[in-house]
Design a protein around this ligand. Structure first.
Ligand SMILES: *[C@@H]1O[C@H](CO)[C@@H](O)[C@H](O)[C@H]1NC(C)=O
Ligand SMILES: *[C@@H]1O[C@H](CO)[C@@H](O)[C@H](O)[C@H]1NC(C)=O
Ligand SMILES: *[C@@H]1O[C@H](CO)[C@@H](O)[C@H](O)[C@H]1NC(C)=O
Ligand SMILES: *[C@@H]1O[C@H](CO)[C@@H](O)[C@H](O)[C@H]1NC(C)=O
Ligand SMILES: *[C@@H]1O[C@H](CO)[C@@H](O)[C@H](O)[C@H]1NC(C)=O
Ligand SMILES: *[C@@H]1O[C@H](CO)[C@@H](O)[C@H](O)[C@H]1NC(C)=O
Ligand SMILES: *[C@@H]1O[C@H](CO)[C@@H](O)[C@H](O)[C@H]1NC(C)=O
Length: 916
């Protein structure tokens, strides 16, 4: 077991290539057939590097190892391991044979590896000994369809063939030719395609023999075999392809013909040729062929073309005697045939706006372009006239335009006009357009269905009377632009029951289609239908309006979606509603409905409501409307109102009863004197009344300054403190100004006013304390307060101060009145006080008042008694205290005397403290 392992180590070190060989039989096989291979490792070949690298081992040891079966030969086909059969020879050779029963691939690599078999060598990688390629494929297939063509300019012959099925193996292809036909002796020339896989080959002119038959065939070979095409026998000139002729001139001539002159190519000038030409209208694909042109001077004329039409023309030629291949077409040449006056009738349609019998009628005339076969050239314009020919020199033309319609007016009584188209060659025959009345039978039915996005099928049921044809009109609703383009067409086939309209049809737009039957002497009454070529969901939804709402229901209304935003026929509307607590509910209504009542709803709940508009092609949701149901029903509210009014009526009845019955009234409302009638009201002075009124009803703040009682004090007056200073006369103006009221506040002015008023009633120059002076001071103060309160009616604090001052003033005046009436009178006059005398006191004595008075008196007496006893008690207590003090003081003095410390105050103090 050790020795094979050492061999493997050697192999790993140096590699095993060249140590053995692989033989494959055969290398190339038919697909599906078997292959055998054998791999042999020879002692002698491996010996060389073994000895040189190890130096000690011998050939015998290696041979012995192989014989012991310590190594194994392995096969791999590409990456697939295959089992082989292994043999040992006595002379130190190990061999493995492999058979593949069916080859199913075209190309593969077969590898032979050397691997150890012992337990200790399992991990060793197998060593590659040799490789071999195996190919598989088919036998070469027979080429067919061999064709040859002679190029006259280069004098060469090009042959092409179809190689047939692919053999999947490297193939050699040769075009073989012989200068005679079916004479085997002549030499064979070979032509190999320039690139492998090409299926054509060009023989140069030295290999050709003109005006005699030659033999051509294709020979192919691959590793599996050879094949050969049919032999072709031909004269190279018979397969010549001429060069294209050159068009020299292409000239149209009257009336509808063309003259063509051409030149043959130089290479084929000696060959007699026949040619053909083809032409087509501009922008058309189909050609018209004119063949069999044989002309010695290379000129030809052709007629029967359309008038005034642009054409394109080409030409080609070939050998005339033995027709071979056509040349290529020559380059195109354009030409335009001569024009002729237009032919044929124009399709016309009209709208006559009826007018009075004396007035000119307005006509809108529309027409369709002539077919190109009838236009005979480029139409320059259209002409509309009242008569077909000029009448005695009077021009009757009403329109001469390039448009496809014309608006004009005609004199009363004109029932027809003439319409013609003209081109450069003249005017076509006029078509008479008769304005037939629209009073014939209408169609029995009309439908329109979309065919695709840009066309509609219109179908109808023919009227009972025989018709001449139909006119279809269509219009966008609402018109995209003002006036709206009118589409129209005529259906001449009187048995038709349908027509396709394609002009100006757009998806998602509504078209109003009108069909008129045409009769010999009238036009039928029109029928209408509306349709879409394609529909989609509406662009918008109606806006919901809440019409009314109550406890259990809500009434909604909306305006229909405008037609241009519908994008289709609205089939129905769906209304959705939901509250926060309930699921979504919905209801579907028809498209013509514009109001809906949602019920039942819950009272006092908020709902989200929206509407959805649907067409066949889809739906669009609207915005959400929030609405809240009421808590009460209308009948409940009515009931409540009824109850309230009932109570009110009862109250009124009760009051009236009371008014009528005095006793009852007294029972409920004992008589209480009206404070307005009280004497106090009369007694109150005017100042107080005014102030009280201002208090009760705050005066509206006035924008302008109120007149003040301080107004008469000049601003230049000095302050009170400085007025009587003797030095003031000597002071300069600035100082005086500083000391004047101009710089002072309200308070200073009031002081001066007080002084002024006091001056009026003073008894003596130094009288500052008499009642009159005090009244004067109070009066100035009260007036200032009154003015202040008029401006600031809500200043309660100052109002209280003022009322107190008024009270004091009244007391003093009362006293003066009682004691010195003359002074009282003078004071009132001087100070301008309006004093109203209080009425003599009186009071109506009622039982209740008497009881109250008695009670009050009794309470007063009791209180007095209690107070008296209290006072007595207090007096006695103080007396007792005094007495006690005196006795204690006596005791102290006696103590002091006793101890002879009379002079010591300290002692006296402590002694007293100890006592009290
Ligand atoms: C064989 O396997 C190797 C690597 O494992 C890979 O690179 C190679 O392409 C494979 N060959 C084929 C023919 O599958
Ligand atoms: C060994 O024997 C085989 C046949 O068994 C023979 O083909 C081969 O040539 C021999 N090799 C040597 C080195 O003699
Ligand atoms: C192995 O195959 C070869 C041919 O590939 C053949 O000569 C040889 O005899 C075969 N060996 C055995 C033992 O069959
Ligand atoms: C030979 O070619 C012609 C036209 O090129 C074709 O119609 C015919 O089928 C071909 N023959 C074969 C056997 O392929
Ligand atoms: C129409 O107008 C064109 C020019 O605009 C004029 O050449 C032509 O003669 C007019 N035709 C008639 C019939 O008046
Ligand atoms: C279509 O047009 C006609 C007049 O041209 C009008 O009377 C009719 O109401 C229109 N129909 C619709 C659906 O708009
Ligand atoms: C409402 O219209 C839509 C779309 O055309 C249709 O599918 C649906 O059935 C209609 N609903 C009712 C209740 O007619």
């Amino acid at each position: 077991m050790m020795l094979p392992s050492s061999l493997l180590v050697l192999l790993l070190l140096g590699g095993a290539r060249g140590c053995g060989e692989v033989r494959v039989e055969p290398h190339t096989v038919l697909l599906g057939s078997p292959v055998t291979a054998s791999c042999r490792v020879q002692q002698a070949l491996c010996h060389g590097w073994h000895a040189s690298s190890l130096g000690t081992s011998t050939a015998q040891t290696l041979g012995g190892g192989l014989e012991e079966g310590g190594i194994r030969l392995m096969w791999k086909l590409d990456n697939k391991t295959l089992p082989g059969t292994q043999y040992w020879s006595a002379n130190g050779t190990v061999e493995s044979n492999l058979t593949i029963a069916r080859v199913s691939w075209t190309r593969a690599k077969l590898r032979c590896y050397l691997a150890g078999m012992g337990t200790g060598t399992k991990t060793e990688t197998p060593q590659l000994i040799a490789t071999a390629d195996i190919q598989a494929g088919h036998l070469p297939s027979k080429p067919h369809n061999l064709t040859c063509m002679m190029n006259l300019r280069e004098m060469s012959l090009t042959c092409r063939w179809d190689p047939g099925a692919e053999s999947l193996l490297p193939t050699e292809t040769i075009l073989k030719s012989r200068k005679t036909c079916r004479v085997v002796t002549k030499a064979i020339q070979e032509c190999r395609p320039l690139l492998p896989g090409e299926n054509h080959c060009t023989l140069p002119h030295q290999h050709l023999q003109l005006y005699q038959d030659m033999e051509f065939w294709v020979w192919v070979r691959n590793p599996l075999g050879t094949a050969e095409s049919e032999h072709l026998c031909l004269d190279p000139t018979d397969v010549a392809k001429l060069d294209a002729p050159t068009l020299m001139s292409v000239q149209p001539f009257q009336p509808n013909c063309v003259a063509v002159a051409w030149d043959v190519a130089r290479s084929s000038a000696y060959i007699e040729q026949q040619c053909e030409l083809r032409y087509r209208r501009d922008k058309e694909l189909a050609w018209t062929l004119v063949s069999g042109i044989i002309s010695s001077n290379q000129k030809v004329q052709h007629c029967g073309l359309l008038f005034g039409m642009p054409y394109r023309l080409q030409m080609r030629c070939r050998r005339r005697a033995f027709p071979s291949y056509w040349s290529e077409w020559s380059t195109e040449q354009g030409f335009t045939t001569h024009e002729k006056a237009p032919a044929g009738k124009l399709d016309a349609w009209w709208q006559v706006t009826p007018s009075g019998s004396r007035q000119r009628a307005k006509v809108q005339l529309l027409w369709k372009a002539l077919a190109w076969q009838e236009a005979n050239g480029r139409i320059l314009g259209y002409w509309v006239a009242l008569s077909p020919q000029q009448r005695g020199g009077v021009p009757t033309t009403v329109c001469n335009t390039t448009e496809m319609g014309c608006n004009f007016s005609v004199p009363p009584g004109v029932r027809s006009v003439y319409l013609a188209a003209y081109n450069a060659a003249g005017k076509g025959p006029p078509t008479e357009v008769i304005f037939l009345e629209r009073r014939g039978q209408p169609l029995r039915g009309l439908w329109a269905t979309p065919r695709d996005q840009h066309s509609l099928w219109v179908q109808w049921e023919a009227p009972a009377a025989p018709t001449n044809g139909y006119v279809l009109e269509w219009r966008n609703v609402p018109p995209a632009e003002p006036g709206g383009r009118l589409g129209w067409q005529v259906e001449h086939n009187h048995s038709a029951t349908g027509a396709l309209i394609q002009d100006g049809i757009e998806p998602f737009r509504r078209y109003n289609i009108t069909v008129y039957p045409l009769y010999v002497d009238a036009v039928g009454v029109p029928r209408h239908t509306a349709t879409y070529s394609q529909q989609k969901a509406p662009s918008c939804t109606p806006k919901l309006h809440l019409r009314s709402i109550s406890k259990y229901q809500a009434e909604l209304s909306w305006q229909p979606v405008p037609t241009e935003l519908q994008n289709g026929f609205i089939t129905n509307y769906t209304i959705f509603w939901a509250s926060t607590s309930s699921n979504m509910s919905s209801a579907v209504v028809d498209s013509d409905v514009q109001a809906f009542t949602i019920r039942p709803l819950k009272p006092s709940t908020t709902y989200k409501v929206h509407i959805m508009a649907s067409t066949v092609a889809g739906s669009t949701n609207g915005t959400i409307l929030m609405l809240t149901t009421t808590a009460l029903d209308i009948t409940e509210i009515q009931f409540l109102l009824l109850c309230l009014s009932l109570i009110f009526v009862l109250l009124i009845v009760f009051t009236v009863c009371l008014q009528k019955n005095g006793r009852m009234k007294k029972q409920f409302w004992p008589r209480v004197p009206d404070p307005v009638n009280s004497s106090l009201g009369k007694w109150v002075p005017a100042d107080l009344q005014q102030a009280a009124r201002a208090y009760a009803r705050p005066a509206r703040r006035r924008s302008q300054e109120l007149p003040s009682h301080l107004d008469d004090i000049p601003p230049t007056a000095l302050r009170k403190e400085y007025a009587n200073l003797p030095v003031i006369d000597k002071a300069d103006d600035v100082v005086k100004r500083i000391l004047s009221l101009e710089m002072a506040g309200q308070r200073e002015k009031v002081k001066i006013k007080m002084e002024q008023l006091a001056e009026k009633v003073r008894r003596a120059p130094n009288d500052n304390g008499s009642y009159e002076v005090q009244v004067a001071h109070l009066t100035a103060k009260i007036r200032s307060y009154q003015e202040h309160l008029q401006k600031h009616p809500k200043d309660a604090r100052n109002r209280r101060v003022m009322l107190m001052a008024i009270d004091q003033q009244q007391k003093m005046l009362k006293y003066l009145r009682h004691t010195r009436y003359d002074l009282f009178e003078n004071t009132c006059k001087q100070l301008g006080i309006e004093y109203t005398f209080p009425q003599p006191y009186h009071r109506k004595v009622t039982r209740l008042w008497l009881v109250k008075k008695a009670f009050c008196l009794k309470v007063f007496e009791e209180v007095q008694k209690l107070k008296a006893s209290e006072r007595l008690k207090q007096r006695q207590e103080t007396l007792n205290e005094k007495r006690l003090f005196l006795s204690k003081a006596g005791l102290v003095s006696s103590l002091l005397l006793e101890q002879e410390f009379i002079g010591d105050l300290q002692q006296l103090h402590s002694a007293a403290r100890a006592l009290f």
